[in-house]
Design a protein around this ligand. Structure first.
Ligand code: SF4
Length: 284
């Protein structure tokens, strides 16, 4: 399938086989896609772009997945780490607009790995979130495909695929709805609380990355625009966040009874993955 022809400087002709690559995030959808494509795409390569700031549970889940796939996942890592880039960006934390973390720690290693080879890149966006944009490289040698959308695979199908493979969900789904770095700025307030309760050391590390000038109107480099992690970690604030989340859950679960469309919206809102915001190489 898919041979391309390249002309070199000296006009000699060579052909290159198309590579098939699935970038795993350590989340449920890309993992379910790996299971779904088992035996369907010969020579499918699996990669994981490790930012070095992932949760331990993510590494454990990728290891479990390797056993199910009976194939090694290629670990990709940037030569320079998060701290290096943070210094390079003058201590300005990444956010949903700049996303330098995704570019430097995920996309660049992925594109370096691909090089100029013709590639079909498999992305696990589901049929019930088909408006969401995947990582679509601007590199002309990469073609992105969405098997779940083509085959109408939805949220419940993904859960079934993972259950049947004996994988289930990654452990962190008990308190968090996404894969990616423990300090990811896309996470919701209740997930920050989850980080504090499940990984106090990582919460503290995230807190230490924040810089707040205590003078009135002083510059704040915080993961959330509206409050620092020190403020969020106050017991009254934690209780308020949990309370708001519980109320919202009840409101939404009543709202979507018998309405699949609303249910889909809730599932997506629950994970905070609105189409323009999330990075799919991190959060699928
Ligand atoms: S998971 Fe979040 S913090 Fe990490 S690289 Fe992706 S967008 Fe950036």
């Amino acid at each position: 399938m898919g041979e391309v022809r390249e002309m070199g400087m000296n006009q000699t002709t060579k052909t290159k086989e198309t590579r098939h690559i699935l970038a795993l995030s350590g989340g449920k959808d890309s993992s379910a896609l790996a299971v779904y494509l088992l035996g369907k795409i010969p020579d499918l390569e699996y990669v994981f772009c490790d930012t070095g700031e992932e949760l331990e549970e993510t590494y454990e889940y990728i290891n479990k997945l390797q056993n199910v796939l009976c194939k090694a996942v290629t670990w990709l890592k940037s030569e320079k780490d998060f701290k290096y880039y943070l210094d390079l960006y003058n201590g300005v934390l990444p956010d949903a607009n700049t996303r330098w973390c995704t570019r430097m720690l995920k996309l660049r290693p992925y594109e370096d790995f691909i090089g100029n080879d013709p590639v079909i890149s498999y992305v696990g966006i589901r049929a019930d979130e088909s408006h969401r944009k995947g990582y679509i490289s601007t590199k002309p040698n990469i073609k992105t495909v969405f098997p779940f959308i083509e085959s109408n695979v939805r949220h419940d199908d993904v859960l079934r695929l993972l259950d049947e493979a004996g994988l289930g969900l990654p452990e962190y789904y008990k308190w968090r709805s996404r894969s990616g770095c423990y300090f990811c700025f896309f996470q919701q307030k209740r997930e920050w609380v989850g980080l504090l309760e499940n990984h106090p050391d990582l919460f503290k590390k995230s807190m230490n990355y924040e810089k707040t000038d205590p003078r009135e109107g002083g510059t704040r480099f915080t993961w959330n625009d509206d409050e620092s992690l020190t403020e969020l970690a106050q017991s009254e604030r934690i209780a308020q966040i949990k309370n708001e989340y519980e109320k919202r859950k009840i409101r939404m679960s009543n709202a979507f009874i018998g309405n699949q469309k609303l249910r889909d919206i809730w599932i997506e809102e629950e994970s905070g993955l609105t189409c323009e915001r999330a990075c799919n190489i991190c959060h699928l």
